[in-house]
Design a protein around this ligand. Sequence first.
Ligand code: VGL
Ligand code: ZN
Length: 195
Amino acid sequence: MRVRLGLRDALIVVDMQKDFMPGGALPVPEGDRIVPVLNEYIKLFAESGLPVFFTRDWHPQNHISFKGHGGIWPPHCVADTEGAAFHDDLEIPADNKFIISKGTSRDFDAYSGFQDTPLEALLRERGIKRVFIGGVATDYCVKNTLLGALNLGFQAFLLTDAIKGVDVNPGDSRKAIEFMLEKGAIALELSDLKI
Ligand code: VGL
Ligand code: ZN
């Protein structure tokens, strides 16, 4: 497949934070392996003058998704902690990039970058019609962000070489990918964009 980037395209990098990397509080196996690939996508979009959105989990200390506070997850991505910082090697462009914090209120969780954030408005203001989505975790925040985009009427490309899942149950990531494709996502890899 060949896809040529155009003015109505944006990249969304989901939750590439230290706590989701090997050694972090809620590690996604091999989550760090996709950093170089994401950097390639980031470079392509930035060089084309296209916006890049970085979502991040940005929880209060006693967040509802944490064990002991009603949730299933170990505490992770507490706002302003080292674990909530982006992976050191992730290349965040100087301009035309946006950081989208989610899950910021104690009583609500947000697996989608669109949930209670300005992401949709920022995309619409810029006339964006197609979003290209990579990051972690395939079976949680990537999945929900992508389905959110589709529900809002955006065309959504799943960057299959730039996602990693947690697989709480074996096969979760595979099923998530199948589900996204069934709902209308288009699978894409880096070589498809090299024009
Ligand atoms: C995520 C579990 C809990 C994610 C966030 O980014 O996929 N997963 N919070
Ligand atoms: Zn979270």
